[in-house]
Design a protein around this ligand. Sequence first.
Ligand code: ADP
Ligand code: ZN
Ligand code: ZN
Length: 790
Amino acid sequence: MYAQIIVDVPTQQTNHSFDYLVPAALQDTIQKGMRVAVPFGRSQRLVQGFVVDLSASTKFGGSIKPIDHLLDFEPVLNEELLQLSQWLAQQTFSFWISCMQTMLPNIMRAKYQKMAVALTASIKANAFFQGQSTKILDNKLPLAIQKQLITWKKHEVIDIKYLVKNQAQPLKQWFIKRKDYDYSKLLTQLRPQAKKQRQLLQLFIDQPQLRTISLQTLLQEKHFTAATINAVVKKGWLAKVKQVIWRKPTTVNEGPTHALQLTLQQQAAYRRIIAAHDQVILLEGITGSGKTEVYLQSIQYFLAQGKTALMLVPEIALTPQMVAQVRGRFGQQVAVLHSGLSKGERYDEWRRIETGQAQVVVGARSAVFAPLKNIGIIIIDEEHEVSYKQDENPRYHARDVALWRGRYHHCPVVLGSATPSLESRARGQKQVYQLVQLTQRINQKALPQVEIVDLRQNSNLTSQPDLSLPLVKALQECQQRHEQAILLLNRRGFASCLLCRECGYVPHCPNCDITLTVHLQEHYLMCHYCGHKQAIMKTCPRCGSHKLRFGGTGTQKVEQQLHSILPQARIIRMDNDTTKRKNGHLQLLNQFEHEGDILLGTQMIAKGLDFPNVTLVGVINADTSLVINDFRSSERTFQLLTQVSGRAGRAQKTGKVYIQTYNPQHYAIQLAAQQDYEKFYQQEMLFRHQSGYPPYFYLIKISVSHHSQAQAFKLAFQIAQQIKPVLNPPEQLLGPTEPTIARIKNRYSYQIVIKYRINPNLLKTLHQIVNNVQVDKKRGFLVAIDNEPQ
Ligand code: ADP
Ligand code: ZN
Ligand code: ZN
């Protein structure tokens, strides 16, 4: 018996498998989709590989090496995911191996170098890890391995454990457990002063079905002290036990929620979804039209049929409220996958899905690879979001993967949005997708009134550079009414660049040719591409002037301005800095809900949030996303403004929105203010048609980089020459051009953009280029192909 294996060796990242002999001892256990350790190369060192096929014969003429040992007891990739990985490699012009690894939790994707060492050690470590001990420095282990283990960081040691045992080390926690007492009677035996002990017992009296409660919950959420708990345990009335728990990500409001009575529009949408079989439904529903309830009831329907459900949400910031709702409805059946989880949590959730204990998966982009079986429905909420596209290899779009899985499982795929991507909407128009619309807000709530504030007019200005008079007035009134406001700063990062008002000098990164960002509190300038840092200068290095000021604006600066103009307001700032900690978003959102007046944040606050007391939304600068040179800039601006406006006036009170801009006439801003998606779609399609952009053409971007600018250009030019002959007009190749940021980490890059329609020859040529990438890499080039760049 032979196995076809894709090895994990950087220099061999082709999509061709190698044949290995399956030793007799492994013939009964080996399966497709398992990982194995195989000898490779001249040195015959052990490397990791995936079994992609098994056969009775081999076409390979040379001497065939046997598989050394299996790394899994069960396949980590089932038949579906294996097929999907192969398709993905084709689709994204990337390596099969990296596609397979992308599908697995991080913790199972040990880095190659570490892996080689780990594998050699793993056989010897086998005995150790199969024992019960979790201590690393166990003297049963040979000294050499002990030393190796110490040098690896904690998670990498865990990797070996997984390799050998293919099982997470279960996490145990203390629980307080009910005993067989009538606690009401016991209460009488307590001294009246023992108030806390009474409260503890009362907990078990009030909830007769409560069997155990975690010690952590008692201490942190219920605010009991260890002394109180121990006192009751010591009396023998409650037991303290250690139990295995699944590491479960925390969420807000996990109380059960019940299905709502659907409105007529919601019912119509629901019926079309459950009757859709393997069709794609584009659920276009304005903000506040109740898409979530339609999702939840559709999921319910398929669960009742014994099937599973996959639901994608764009970002972690959006996840807490959505996760809480899904958990509230489906409880323990739900697994959550997103990048905010610890590696252990992620692995546990993955195992719960894989073993069928979780039937509903909610997660961000990579959750689209969740090992669910028998999928009944796939939902992508906010389908237009950029975050569904991965911007590193493999550069996949979760929507495309979802469509593939939908076809595989013959199940409906629901794409939901208030502002669908032009691509999806165009397919809806052509009836490739079924277009289902929700045109009314729940309870016929009016959409918020939107006012455009022209920042060019002096009469609109205040003492604060980023806050206009109408917005400040509205904020003051909002505060007087004890209502809340959300302010959007349309910008990533929190600071800005430094600018000499005398000569116009702006400090740039010495490595990257991009402007350095000011970090006010820490007092330095930083490059967000390569991390270069330097002190903030006091005088201009070019002209010696002292008149240096901060050019653009950041959340911190707006926060200061708000403080000086509205000293009473409790401001919650939400940006990359304040949300860095685990569950940072969640805590800030909670804080805002209970004790905040203004939520000030970057793009991350624009979507999904549903706070009934928010009646005012302000956009500090609508223009920033308009000026970036990207053909989607109008679409992005329209989407962002529509999304953020939708945060206002969701409950009883009507909302008001202020959009500050220097381009009040721009159609993206005008139509967002009117919340008119239809008109925007028509106008934007016209522009795309005239300029030859998606959805009228497909796009592919190729970037080539090298330490030498001349070399980078040369290869980019060669590639362009190779591609041009296979294009059929009006297909087009643009470039090679220097991208906006030409130099990153001292590498120069050039890019080529191809606009094409259906062209098999082009795809063939591109795959040839991919096959050459390894050779190019040895010569110092990095070549990346991005299908449908965002
Ligand atoms: P969308 O995602 O379309 O912007 P949501 O799903 O957030 O809208 O729904 C808006 C609000 O309406 C939520 O507070 C939700 O609980 C409520 N809602 C949704 N459907 C119903 C219904 N059928 N009856 C009553 N309230 C509903
Ligand atoms: Zn100067
Ligand atoms: Zn830099």
